[in-house]
Design a protein around this ligand. Structure first.
Ligand code: SF4
Length: 421
């Protein structure tokens, strides 16, 4: 691995997750066309959306306590270019993730569109319903201790989102930001109502746009519900069990431990991976994700989680722990970059070794997590060489999938815009 940040945007993404950056006075983020720093980031982040070299999208912590000690600064030069410097040393020329015009518009019901959904990298993230109920538990709330969702809603995010409002935002994001993927996210609701709540949104957005759809909720007791989700057009289900060590899981995620338990999360990941098996390269794909947060439990435990997920045929998604302001864990230090390098190198190796379909969907750049594909920057030349053939095969799949899928979307867009006779 090249350890020089000037040559390694994957390592730079990770280093910035772990250390954050200051925004210099020379950079006026929204005046310079960037996205405002919103807290509506699935409870995980609130930073500056940037595009690093090699088109790597990221969300850089800027307001958390640990950022005070960061040597990194984002500056605008006199020629208008934007750079990340380490002190005064130039590290990388970057771009602000562009703020789309629809960010400044309202829905027909008069709500600001960003209160309905926001871009996270290049996909649309929607948290359609009321706040996760772990935040309302009495006598003591049982929310996950790293999470900020209960601090966010009603601030930057609307509480009650109508199906039509979400469709309007999805159509605007499709037309103007060329999104290909919408991710729906809920927390926990008593009575396991989360899939019932999401289904009308999923059907309506799929019908209106044809984009890929992802769902992230707790694991439903009735696993046949996932067959149904697949039938109505969902392409990705994600189960965030966060922590693989059973004791640390109980400590970090008391609500999840009490209502569901780690085993139920793992069973859902495995079941849903099975639904996608033998599907081959489909133009309406299906993947199962197991999602963890690295940096709270020991790296070895995160690596075991990654290997378990990949062995089951699911794709490991790994977030880097960010001690967000106002959360129960705001006082904790962020993880060390060198520990995270080991974790993400394991993610790349596990996904490649098991031939999992990563980096196939077009125009899905993710700012809040490091993708398995991006983690190729963190492994040795020997490891890259070992997977060279698989990488070439994946690139061919991506080209084919992009051509057919984007063609389908374009034809649907034309039909939608065509005047009714
Ligand atoms: S389940 Fe945990 S991480 Fe998800 S919204 Fe609720 S408290 Fe936050």
């Amino acid at each position: 691995m090249d350890t020089d940040l000037r040559n390694n945007p994957g390592l730079l993404k990770l280093e910035l997750y772990c250390r954050g950056a200051h925004i210099d006075d020379s950079l006026k983020v929204t005046d310079d066309g960037g996205r405002p720093i919103l807290r509506t980031r699935a409870g995980l982040g609130s930073g500056l959306e940037l595009i690093l070299p090699d088109n790597i999208w990221t969300n850089v912590p800027t307001v958390e306590r640990f950022v005070r000690h960061s040597p990194y600064v984002v500056r605008r030069r006199a020629d208008g270019s934007i750079w990340i410097d380490r002190g005064r040393e130039p590290i990388a020329r970057v771009q602000l993730a562009p703020r789309p015009a629809w960010y400044d518009r309202e829905t027909t019901t008069g709500k600001c569109m960003t209160q309905i959904g926001t871009l996270q990298g290049t996909y649309l993230g929607v948290y359609p319903s009321k706040v996760c109920e772990y935040w309302n538990d009495k006598p003591e709330r049982t929310n996950c201790k790293f999470c900020s969702v209960g601090l966010n809603l009603g601030v930057d995010d609307a509480e009650d989102k109508k199906v039509q409002e979400v469709v309007e935002v999805a159509v605007a994001a499709r037309d103007e930001s060329k999104i290909t993927y919408v991710d729906f996210n809920t927390g926990h609701y008593e009575g396991e109502t989360y899939l019932d709540i999401l289904e009308p949104y999923i059907k309506a957005v799929k019908e209106a746009t044809g984009v890929l759809i992802g769902v992230q909720t707790p694991p439903h007791a009735d696993l046949s519900r996932y067959d149904r989700l697949k039938q109505i057009g969902v392409n990705r289900v994600s189960f965030c069990f966060e922590i693989f060590d059973p004791e640390i899981f109980i400590e970090v995620c008391p609500g999840k431990a009490e209502r569901y338990g780690l085993k139920r999360y793992l069973a859902a990941v495995e079941h849903c991976a099975g639904l996608g098996r033998n599907a081959g390269l489909s133009f309406d794909p299906w993947v199962s994700n197991g999602e963890i947060i690295a940096g709270i439990e020991p790296p070895e435990s995160s690596i075991r989680a990654i290997q378990w997920i990949a062995e089951k045929g699911a794709i490991p998604t790994v977030c880097v722990f960010r001690p967000l302001l106002g959360t129960d864990y705001e006082h904790l230090p962020p993880p060390r970059t060198e520990d995270m390098v080991r974790v993400f190198a394991a993610q790349y190796e596990a996904t490649m070794a098991h031939g999992l379909p990563i980096n196939v969907a077009p125009n899905v750049n993710v700012s809040l997590v490091m993708l398995p594909w991006e983690a190729r920057w963190l492994v040795s030349k020997g490891t890259r060489a070992r997977f060279a053939f698989k990488e070439a095969k994946m690139a061919a799949q991506r080209r084919l999938f992009s051509k057919v899928f984007l063609g389908q979307l374009a034809r649907r867009d034309e039909r939608r815009r065509a005047p009714v006779a």
